[in-house]
Ligand binder design. Structure first.
Ligand SMILES: Nc1ncnc2c1ncn2[C@@H]1O[C@H](COP(=O)(O)OP(=O)(O)O)[C@@H](O)[C@H]1O
Ligand SMILES: CC(=O)OP(=O)(O)O
Ligand SMILES: [Mg+2]
Length: 426
């Protein structure tokens, strides 16, 4: 009810700030979401793609899911600073300017947190310096994250900014999984070890899988396959990560869109000594010109499947190499875990590519996982099982939501009071 003595149309009791803006700055894109933490609803979401190219595009959606048409802007967006300012402009046009008193905090995805950051952390100058120190071990990612943080701080210097690290979930890995078998003194002097990435996604998806199975997370063992442009697998026992496929940097492990994943490290010496390539050239080769794009010229799984269906042999070989590596990790993590309750697919490829899921699980019935063709063919945004009831190991598709997880962790750290009290009455 409206207070009859008030002059305006709105009576506002002391409203706790209840909104969190999440920024996920990638090497050539920025994803953002503004969330209302009272009900986890999305007030606005957006994506700035192809930053630095002539064909940059910003897509902004107000209240996604409400049927509202996205607004699109095309034309060069030079860098991440410009991208974020453009995003802030779109938010302001919808009445969600960064100056809003209802904004509680900004949560940033930060890819590498090294040994120090094992929890979400309020960003200070000192924390930012430490994130900068980690650039050499996340060259595609940490620089973009840092620009996002700097721009956001400049736009709202008074607002808490929180870093949520991709590496944090993996800090529970035992030394046997986290250490490389190289000289211990050299490794320790340079903090060379396996850190693992996509941890926010692996944590969220493994928890949601427990809900889907109707069992407490501490009772189940799952293999999570996060297959996006970057891709990683993890073995999660009782809610804790015990192994993951990415290592010192996000280059190790699975075949990815543009990254090689596992190779014999001697390939690097060979490229230097025999092919005469510099360290920087090899870095670019393995991080940006390898994986699916290196194998067949395309890194988008939709395009690769289209080519496979047309009989393109290079695309078929790229697909087979991708699947072979995935299978090896499913087998390896079945052995690491001893007992597996579910194999779970997530991220762009995992959520959308039925052929990848089918091929990755094909032939594994003796190990336990089996895919039902009809269930696998269903398109849905909901977590779901794609294995038949009799399968000893469930196979599931569980859409990831890194932004929601980052918002939750950010709000838990700096949100004041209960977001459910202090509702606006208007
Ligand atoms: N319908 C689809 N079928 C197959 N693959 C898809 C589909 N939609 C997206 N993808 C794949 O997902 C990838 C992007 O995944 P995403 O998790 O969004 O990656 P990132 O967060 O690393 O940018 C695309 O490169 C593409 O290969
Ligand atoms: C760590 C990593 O590989 O991230 P992305 O998949 O966003 O590139
Ligand atoms: Mg991603």
């Amino acid at each position: 009810m409206t207070d009859p003595t008030s002059e305006g149309t709105t009576t506002v009791a002391a409203v706790h700030p209840h909104r969190v803006l999440v920024l996920n700055s990638g090497s050539s894109s920025v994803k953002y979401q503004l969330l209302d933490m009272r009900d986890h609803s999305r007030l606005a979401t957006g994506l700035v793609e192809r930053i630095g190219e002539e064909t940059s595009r910003l897509t902004h959606t107000l209240q996604p899911g409400s049927g509202a048409e996205p607004r699109t802007r095309t034309g060069r967006i030079a860098d991440h600073d410009e991208a974020l300012k453009a995003a802030a402009g779109e938010l302001a046009a919808d009445g969600f300017g960064l100056d809003s008193p209802e904004l509680t905090a900004i949560g940033h995805r930060v890819v590498h947190g090294g040994l120090r950051f094992t929890e979400p952390t309020v960003i200070t100058d000192e924390v930012l310096t430490e994130i900068e120190r980690l650039v050499p071990v996340a060259p595609l990612h940490n620089p973009a994250n840092i620009t996002g943080i700097r721009t956001a701080r400049a736009l709202r210097p008074d607002l808490p900014q929180v870093a949520v690290f991709d590496t944090a979930f993996h800090t529970t890995m035992p030394e046997s999984a986290a250490r490389y078998a190289i000289d211990v003194e050299t490794a320790d002097a340079h903090r060379i070890r396996r850190y693992g990435f996509h941890g926010t996604s692996h944590a969220y998806v493994s928890r949601r899988t427990a809900e889907l199975l109707g069992r407490p997370p501490q009772d189940i063992n799952v293999i999570v396959l996060h297959l996006g442009n970057g891709a990683s697998a993890s073995a999660v026992a009782g809610g804790r990560c015990v192994d993951t496929s990415m290592g010192l940097t996000p280059l190790e492990g699975l075949v990815m869109g543009t990254r090689s994943g596992d190779i014999d490290p001697a390939v690097v010496f060979h490229l230097e000594r025999v092919a005469g390539m510099s360290t920087d050239e090899i870095d670019v080769l393995l991080n940006r010109k390898s994986g699916l794009v290196g194998l067949c010229g395309d890194n988008d799984m939709r395009e690769i499947r289209r080519r496979v269906d047309e009989g393109d042999e290079r695309a078929a070989l790229a697909f087979d190499i991708y699947i072979h590596r995935l299978k090896k990790y499913i087998g390896a993590y079945s052995a690491v875990l001893g007992r597996v309750d579910a194999v779970v697919f997530t991220a762009g490829v995992g959520e959308n590519s039925a052929p990848v899921r089918e091929a990755a699980i094909a032939g594994l019935a003796e190990l336990g996982p089996v895919v039902d063709g009809d269930l696998n063919a269903v398109h849905s945004r909901e977590p779901r099982l794609i294995s038949p009831d009799h399968a000893r190991v469930a196979v599931a598709v569980v859409p990831t939501d890194e932004e929601l997880e980052i918002a939750d962790q950010t709000f838990a750290l700096v949100g004041e009071g209960d977001p459910l009290v202090g509702e606006v009455d208007n």
